[in-house]
Design a protein around this ligand. Sequence first.
Ligand SMILES: Nc1ncnc2c1ncn2[C@@H]1O[C@H](COP(=O)(O)OP(=O)(O)OP(=O)(O)O)[C@@H](O)[C@H]1O
Ligand SMILES: [Mg+2]
Length: 256
Amino acid sequence: MKVFSFANQKGGVGKTTTAVTLAAGLALQEYRTLLIDLDPQGHVAFSFGKEKSSGLYRCVVGGEPLEKEVINVRPNLDILTSDKRTEQVKRHITMSDFRENVMVDLLKSNQYDVVMMDMAPSLDVLHINGLVASDWVIIPTRLDAMAVDGVKEILLTMAEVSRRGYPFEGYSILPTFFDRTTRETLVQFQEIVKAFGSRVWPPIPQDTRTREAPAFGKTLWEYTPNSTVMTGYSNGRTRLGGYQQILKRTMELINE
Ligand SMILES: Nc1ncnc2c1ncn2[C@@H]1O[C@H](COP(=O)(O)OP(=O)(O)OP(=O)(O)O)[C@@H](O)[C@H]1O
Ligand SMILES: [Mg+2]
């Protein structure tokens, strides 16, 4: 089993979109996949056309088994949901003795090939617990003037988690909202590559179709499989970026 998390303390950078799209893509490739929502906003359930609910709360605070609380949303794809009761999960963790291992314990002995965790735009105990349980962290970032700084912040948090004895296999930085028509995007993309080199994955284009899919309860594979957000953009003869290519990168990590 490989555990990925999608983290960036900044809001609206494409964490949920990326987590939902990659989890759904892996399920289509027949990986048994679990997507856990660690964000009280509950957007994972919404993305699959479901009501938000308290699955995570019932597992962590109520002690219910994971298999009882997951919701099957597509072939090979289950989700564990969040809603505002996830705030109580944080209080519960703060008061418990083994404060760092709650997600690790939850994921012990399950039937999945891959677990993905969509994190909230915050830095709290649940965030730390998610990182502790993660093998690989994917850091989506917008390409604005604060992008490098935001990535550095999450890397500092990860370094602290490693230092406490929970090392990662690695991490990847995923530039999102790439706008070919603005110079700012390109300048910031070059800044990110200068700072983080080969850790940076090919960027995901900005594409208004992306925003529409959750309202229909559809994944991007179902709603708009041939749009630029999925296929990427042309760079001379080759096509670069897009969630199709990012799914391939993710599968390489799982299979290595
Ligand atoms: N490549 C894209 N092009 C256009 N819109 C996008 C793209 N990726 C995501 N969006 C839209 O931008 C909004 C924010 O994206 P998303 O919810 O994935 O970010 P987030 O990092 O999870 O936000 P939060 O920090 O609030 O959890 C959503 O409406 C989403 O549909
Ligand atoms: Mg989100």
